[in-house]
Write a protein that binds this ligand. Structure first.
Ligand code: 5AD
Ligand code: SF4
Length: 544
C-alpha cells in the first residue's frame, strides 16, 4: 500500500481540506508520513492568495522533479487553489506532476491517484489521457451546472470526516468545521472566488451533526470556517432530496442582507446556527468562527454571542485598508466609518471581545496619505494582532487587469514594516490590559524551556509563528526552577498564553485541557501567566 506525504500551504480552509483528504485516504488503506523520503505519493495542497505562497509550492515541485529525473518512482499531486487556477497548463510546464485536483473536487482524489498508479504500469505513462489525471471545477458557468452533484460529494467528504483520537491524546482537541464554501464577494485583488467558486452553504443539520460527532470523539473546541462566515444563511424547504435530506445551497445575493428577515422560521442565519451549535452540543467548551466580513454582521450575532458563554468573543474581521478611496478600488463595499461603527458596536455589546484583522499595503495607487489613513485606523481599533500583507497581483483578478501594480516593492516593504511596528505597540497595549486577570487557557503545546528568543515578528512572514510570539515580554519570567517545562495555549479570545509547569509528565497531562491561569506579564503577542491551581487533578482527556 502507498505511503503519502501531504504538505499544506496557506489558510485554515486548506488545513481542513488536508485533514479531510488524509482521513479519506487513510480509510482506503493509505498510510501517512511526515518525511518526504519515506513517501511514494507526495501531495501539495496549495494556496494562490499571494505569489509568495505559489513560489514556495513551485520550489517544492522543482525538488520532486529532480528526484524523479534521478529515477525515483514517486507520484506527485498538486491539490488546491494553484491546481484550479493554473489548470492543465501546469501539467504541461511541469511534467513531474502526475495529477491535479482543485479544492472543489477533493472527493475524487483517491480515484485520481488510482488512475496514476494504473497508468504508471503502462509502457508510455505520459500517453495517459490527461482527463484521468485532472479534477478541476473549471470555469464558473460549468461550476454552476455541476454544482449540485459536486457539492453533494464534497458534503459527503465533510461528513465522513473522523476525528482521530490518537491526535487528540497528543493534545489536539480542536477541529475546524466548514459552514460555507467559496465566496461571492469578488474583492478586486482576490483569487478565492475563482479558485473556490461560488458561495455554497451547508445544511445546518449537517453542521450540528458534525459538531456533535466531533465532540463525541473528544473535541472540545470547534472553529467554524467560511470566507465570510456572517454571510451564512440557509433557506429550508428549497434544496431537499427526494428522501427529504437537505442539500448544500447556493448563497443568496448580497441584497438578502439589506432587509433582515431574521424571524423567518424557514431561514437559518449565522446567528441561529451559532445558537444551535451552542445549545445542542453542550460538550463543546469553545465555539469560534473565522473569518467575519465587516459588513452584514447583524446585531443578532452579537446578541447570541453575548448570551452564550461558550461562544468565544473573538472576531477576525479584516479591514484591508484605512482609506475609503482604496476600499472602493478593492470593492470591499464599506467605508472606514462603517467599519469603525461596527467594531465600536462589538466592543459595546461584548466589552472583553478581542479583535484581529488583515491589512494589505501597497494596493495600486496607494499614496502616503492613504497609508497614513490606514495607520490612523490601526490606532483607533484595539487589534490584538493584524496580519499584514504586501499587495500581490494575482492572475485573473479584476485588480491585475484594471490597475498597474505601481507601488514599488521597497515602498511596500517599508509600509509593511511600519505597520508591523505600530501593530506591535497596539498589541502590547491590548495584551497588557489582561495582566492581573484570570483566564481559561486551552493548552496546545509544550514549548520547552529553551531560552526565550529575542526574535521580533518576521516582516517576511506576517503569520505569527509561536517563535515570534515568544518575543520578549514585560513581566516576571523568573519562575522557581521547579517550574521547568513551558507550555502554551490560547484564551477564549485567542490570546496566546505561556506558562510553566514542574515536569514534562505534568505538561503532557495538561495538553488538550483547559486550565485557569493568572496573567502576570505580557508582550506584543503573548501573555505570561501562572496556573491558579498547579496541583488540580486533570480531567480525563477523552470522555469516550
Ligand atoms: N495580495 C495581498 N494580500 C492578499 N490577500 C488576499 N489577496 C491578496 C493579494 N492579492 C490577503 C487579504 C486577505 C488575506 C487572507 O490575504 O488581506 O484577508
Ligand atoms: Fe477574497 Fe474578498 Fe472573498 Fe475574502 S471576501 S475571500 S478577500 S473575495
Amino acid at each position: 500500500m502507498k505511503t503519502v506525504y501531504l504538505e499544506t500551504f496557506g489558510c485554515q480552509m486548506n488545513e481542513l481540506d488536508s485533514e479531510l483528504v488524509r482521513g479519506h485516504l487513510e480509510s482506503l488503506g493509505y498510510s501517512f508520513t511526515t518525511e518526504t523520503d519515506d513517501a511514494d505519493v507526495l501531495l501539495f495542497n496549495t494556496c494562490s492568495v499571494r505569489e509568495h505562497a505559489e513560489s514556495k509550492a513551485y520550489s517544492r515541485v522543482g525538488i520532486v522533479g529532480k528526484r524523479k529525473k534521478a529515477g525515483e518512482k514517486l507520484i506527485l499531486g498538486v491539490l488546491g487553489c494553484m491546481a484550479e487556477r493554473d489548470g492543465v497548463d501546469m501539467l504541461r510546464r511541469y511534467p513531474q506532476i502526475d495529477l491535479l485536483c482543485g479544492p472543489g473536487e477533493l472527493d475524487k482524489l483517491p480515484m485520481l491517484i488510482d488512475n496514476v498508479v494504473r497508468t504508471a504500469a503502462l509502457e508510455h505513462p505520459m500517453a495517459a489521457d490527461i482527463e484521468d489525471r485532472v479534477a478541476l471545477a473549471g470555469n464558473t458557468s460549468r461550476r454552476s451546472a455541476a454544482l449540485s452533484a459536486s457539492a453533494d460529494d464534497l458534503e459527503t467528504l465533510d461528513l465522513a470526516r473522523a476525528f482521530d483520537p490518537d491526535r487528540a491524546t497528543s493534545g489536539v482537541r480542536s477541529a475546524y468545521v466548514r459552514i460555507t464554501r467559496g465566496c461571492n464577494k469578488f474583492c478586486t485583488y482576490c483569487v478565492v472566488p475563482y479558485t473556490r467558486g461560488a458561495e455554497v452553504h451547508r445544511p445546518p443539520d449537517s453542521i450540528v451533526e458534525e459538531c456533535r460527532r466531533l465532540a463525541a470523539s473528544g473535541v472540545i473546541e470547534v472553529t467554524l470556517l467560511g470566507q465570510t462566515v456572517n454571510h451564512y444563511r440557509y433557506t429550508h424547504g428549497m434544496a431537499v432530496t427526494l428522501d427529504g435530506r437537505e442539500q448544500p445551497q447556493i448563497g443568496p445575493g448580497l441584497s438578502a442582507f439589506r432587509n433582515e428577515t431574521v424571524d423567518d422560521p424557514n431561514l437559518t442565519t449565522f446567528a441561529k446556527l451559532l445558537a444551535r451549535i451552542h445549545d445542542e452540543v453542550p460538550e463543546l467548551s469553545r465555539i469560534r468562527f473565522l473569518t467575519s466580513y465587516p459588513k452584514d454582521f447583524g446585531h443578532d450575532v452579537l446578541e447570541v454571542m453575548a448570551s452564550r458563554p461558550r461562544i468565544c468573543r473573538y472576531l477576525h474581521v479584516p479591514v484591508q485598508s484605512g482609506s475609503n478611496r482604496i476600499l472602493k478600488l478593492m470593492n470591499r463595499g464599506y467605508t472606514v466609518e462603517e467599519y469603525l461603527e461596527f467594531t465600536d458596536r462589538v466592543l459595546e455589546v461584548l466589552p472583553d471581545a478581542t479583535i484581529a484583522g488583515d491589512i494589505i499595503v501597497g494596493f495600486p495607487t496607494e499614496t502616503d496619505e492613504d497609508f497614513e489613513l490606514t495607520k490612523d485606523l490601526l490606532r483607533r481599533v484595539p487589534y490584538k494582532n493584524n496580519f499584514i500583507f504586501k499587495y500581490s497581483p494575482r492572475p485573473g483578478t479584476t485588480a491585475i487587469n484594471r490597475f498597474e501594480d505601481d507601488v514599488p516593492l521597497d515602498v511596500k516593504k517599508l509600509r509593511n514594516n511600519q505597520l508591523l511596528a505600530l501593530q506591535a505597540e497596539i498589541g502590547a497595549a491590548v495584551h497588557a490590559e489582561w495582566v492581573g486577570r484570570e483566564v481559561d487557557v486551552l493548552v496546545e503545546r509544550i514549548t520547552n524551556r529553551s531560552p526565550i528568543s529575542d526574535a521580533a515578528p518576521s516582516a517576511a512572514d506576517p503569520r505569527i509563528s509561536l517563535g515570534a510570539a515568544l518575543a520578549p515580554a514585560k513581566g516576571p519570567r523568573d519562575h522557581p526552577s521547579s517550574l521547568a517545562v513551558q507550555i502554551s495555549g490560547r484564551t477564549p479570545g485567542d490570546l496566546i498564553t505561556v506558562l510553566n509547569v514542574p515536569t514534562r509528565d505534568r505538561a503532557e497531562q495538561l495538553l488538550g485541557t483547559i486550565v485557569r491561569v493568572r496573567i502576570e506579564g505580557s508582550g506584543p503577542l503573548i501573555l505570561h501567566g501562572r496556573m491558579v491551581d498547579l496541583d488540580a487533578t486533570v480531567p480525563d482527556k477523552l470522555r469516550h
